[in-house]
Write a protein that binds this ligand. Sequence first.
Ligand code: SF4
Ligand code: SF4
Length: 211
Amino acid sequence: MSDNRPERAPATRGGGEVDRPSTDHLAGPKVRDSLIPAPLQGFGVTFAQIFRKVTTEQYPFEPKVTKPRYHGRHVLNRHPDGLEKCVGCELCAWACPADAIYVEGGDNTEEARYSPGERYGAVYQINYLRCIFCGLCIEACPTRSLTMSNDFELADDNRQDLIYTKEQLMAPLLPGMEQPPHPMRLGDDEKDYYLRVPGSSAAEPVRAEQV
Ligand code: SF4
Ligand code: SF4
């Protein structure tokens, strides 16, 4: 059975010029103007690599040094007297797109004080099976308690050990710091802690980088 449909005319621009599809892609490879045969040019590239500096990393025998602002394992920081900066507000957990942070706040008392102010982070966990190291949690933290270190060695062979607890995340006690709970040493309330002048207290010696 014959097809009686009329053949479509090629598209034209104004003035009758016909628009035809480009056939450049059907042309063969361009010939390079060189007196050296192509196989020798190929071996030349290989030969040149022999004298280049080797870039193989010797990790873990030579520790890898990251960029200063690399996003690695989190740290929960302390005030200069050892009290915790975390106030258990959960803003970091709400900001986390991967639902990797779990926080339970607790009430400070005069007998057992872990942070300046009313509340502290009683339970704090980060699930490194979920974390994508985006840094949104540290942006959300109002007290600069939560920061990220350059430590990237987080691999393990079981799921449980990749849920880091508060004890694992807390910054170590530096000289002059005291293990909480203890009373506030740098002021009468939390505002004194956040507005203080570095070095204004015996519990906060001025370090070289602050001078
Ligand atoms: S770095 Fe990103 S994914 Fe990881 S805990 Fe913080 S907000 Fe969540
Ligand atoms: S780390 Fe910061 S944002 Fe998270 S609960 Fe503690 S104070 Fe709040």
